[in-house]
Design a binder for this molecule. Structure first.
Ligand code: COA
Length: 258
């Protein structure tokens, strides 16, 4: 059984991190398998949305694998961190949105993987945290950066310095997750939103994703220029003509992604 399961339904692909006996902790095999799956999805223009979740009842991902990291040299730790960063960057820069369906613990590398998703739905059982300081280290897959950007620097500092774990309700309150659902409804809700996204213009959704991401770290005037360029680019597409024609014809648009 693969450590990353892939299930396709039309334009939606559900990726399930599958190492439940170790609470889906991220070892090299899992990161490499996930990276490969994301490379394949990147090369498939028919993928419109991905849902990322964890196998089992307890965890999304309980962190980077502590057994793997225990005896690492500094050089090995750098290469492990680079690998985690690569996977997170692939999620973040994918041409399709990624919805994280956080079904349980999202700790350490699990919280970092969740933060690389476009947005998160969480089960009532979900728990989030960056507990690396308990192990004498810090987040290594982008947590110190993406957590600040998502929930603000002061909250990120508190979580990274104390290693505290917050529940789904608190995660909702601080804007880390968009929705909290009963465990049994989580995946269906994420899939329903993914299916809705599939009906929209995929090039437009991709440009919205890119523009929000790239605009977040540059001054507002440059970010707005990026938006204007992306907006203009879409007027070279068949999808723009189809979308506007369909509105005026009072019918649903049939977007082809061209
Ligand atoms: N790395 C490696 N193995 C892990 C792991 C991790 N990050 N998180 C859990 N596991 C393993 C446990 O070692 C255990 O394996 P075993 O059955 O072979 O002993 C198994 O997963 C189940 O975990 P367990 O600790 O027994 O479950 P629990 O319900 O008592 O506790 C947690 C759940 C999440 C609170 C606890 O597993 C934990 O604190 N994990 C580490 C979290 C962490 O520090 N993450 C950041 C890493 S940088």
């Amino acid at each position: 059984m693969s450590v990353v399961l892939k299930e396709r339904d039309g334009g939606v692909c559900v990726l399930t991190l599958n190492r439940p006996d170790k609470l889906n902790a991220l070892n090299v095999e899992m990161l490499a398998t996930l990276e490969l799956a994301l490379v394949e999805l990147d090369n498939d223009s028919t993928v419109r949305c991905v849902v990322l979740t964890g196998a089992g009842e307890k965890a999304f991902v309980a962190g980077a694998d502590i057994a793997t990291m225990q005896d690492m040299t500094s050089m090995q730790a750098k290469s492990f961190s680079d690998m985690g960063h690569r996977v997170c960057a692939r999620l973040e820069r994918a041409h399709y949105p990624v919805i994280g369906a956080v079904n349980g613990f999202a700790l350490g590398g699990g919280c970092e993987l969740a933060l690389a998703c476009d947005f998160l739905y969480a089960s009532e059982k979900a728990k989030f945290g960056q507990p690396e300081v308990n192990l004498g280290v810090i987040p290594g897959f982008g947590g110190t950066q993406r957590l600040s950007r998502r929930v603000g620097e002061a909250r990120a500092r508190e979580l990274c310095f104390t290693g505290d774990v917050i529940d789904a309700g608190e995660a909702l309150r601080v804007g880390l997750v968009n929705r909290v659902l009963p465990a049994g409804e989580l995946l269906a809700a994420a899939k329903a939103t993914a299916a809705k996204i599939c009906t929209k213009g995929p090039l437009a959704v991709g440009q919205a994703k890119r523009t929000i991401l790239r605009g977040a770290d540059v001054p507002l005037d440059i970010a707005n220029e990026l938006e204007a360029q992306a907006f203009a680019t879409l007027f070279d597409t068949e999808d723009q003509r189809e979308g506007m024609r369909a509105f005026l014809d009072k019918r649903s648009a049939d977007f082809k992604g061209t």
